[in-house]
Design a protein around this ligand. Structure first.
Ligand code: AMP
Length: 284
């Protein structure tokens, strides 16, 4: 497995692969790799000849320096995991390489970044869009995989690739969960044991929403109420939002007459978690 820390070396490797006839896929991550990330590697591997995993804790997408500082960085373990699962190259640039002193260009997402996580994390999606563009610039991938766990991020990346003609095929990979339903996240490791137990309420509340939709509920406000009630019944959870939105535009919907998604964000202690579930009302 090759390891690169600078965009020039990374791009030279990638171009070499393509010149030899191989297609290149990328899985962008912030490290602290778990089974969710591995599912992305598997998904991309099915589509391309060589896989690059990027590991970079991107300062631009953190709006709280405490969260950035506390973010886990087990780089040796991550490299061992990548090696073990047959990743071809890891790109792990430093902050100084990514954002030199004269850095001044950003990618600003539009409407899709306005709601949900947008107001809670000012500048977050601008940071994501900027770093993804830089990673694509260094790797020039054919395919890139993103998790549906970060649903809004996936939508923004798809739109950006389309809007900016980046020519990268984007794969959206289903959420990987713990046996009790908690969506895997690098932040889960920071949960206190009681909060870890309580955090299952997010997937349970979303499961409840799917159930009421299956039973014929079409009123978005009532579905949101169902989710809020379930989360608010857990004293350790501090709910930030529970929203039912159109699956493509991410605009709030009043009625489920087209495919929708329910998204939630909540705090457990000082750890903020997100989750979502598709609400497909079918033709009933
Ligand atoms: P992160 O390292 O948290 O920035 O995540 C890197 C990529 O992995 C993103 O595309 C995430 O959406 C994806 N990801 C993180 N957790 C999961 C999960 N539990 N299931 C599926 N994808 C995930």
């Amino acid at each position: 497995m090759d390891l690169f820390t600078a965009p020039g070396q990374m791009r030279a490797w990638s171009r070499g692969q393509r010149a030899a006839g191989s297609t290149v896929g990328v899985v962008p991550t912030m490290g602290a790799l778990h089974r969710g990330h591995l599912a992305l590697v598997e998904a991309v591997r099915e589509r391309v000849d060589v896989v690059v995993v990027t590991i970079f804790v991107n300062p631009l997408q953190f709006n709280q320096s405490t969260d950035f500082d506390a973010y886990p960085r087990p780089i040796d373990d991550d490299l061992a995991v990548c090696e073990a699962i047959g990743v071809d190259a890891v790109y792990a640039p430093t902050s100084a390489t990514m954002y030199g002193p004269s850095f001044q260009t950003h990618v600003e997402p539009g409407e899709l970044a306005v709601g949900l996580e947008g107001p809670m994390r000012p500048g977050h999606f601008r940071g994501v869009a900027t770093v993804v563009t830089k990673l694509f610039g260094a790797i020039e991938p054919d395919v890139a995989a993103f998790g549906r766990k970060d649903y809004q991020q996936l939508a923004i990346v798809r739109r950006m690739v389309d809007d900016l003609d980046l020519g990268v095929e984007i794969l959206g990979v289903p959420i990987v969960r713990e046996p009790d339903g908690l969506a895997l996240s690098s932040r889960n490791a920071r949960l206190e044991p009681d909060d870890r137990r309580a955090a299952v309420v997010l997937s349970r509340a979303l499961g409840r929403a799917v159930e009421v939709v299956d039973h014929g509920e079409r009123d978005a406000a009532r579905i949101e109420r169902t989710i809020c009630d379930a989360i608010e019944a857990e004293p350790r959870a501090r709910l930030e939002y529970a929203s039912v939105v159109d699956e493509s535009t991410l605009e709030p919907v009043a009625q489920l007459d087209s495919p929708a998604v329910a998204l939630v964000a909540a705090w457990f202690g000082d750890v903020r978690l997100i989750d979502n579930a598709a609400l497909d009302a079918g033709d009933r």
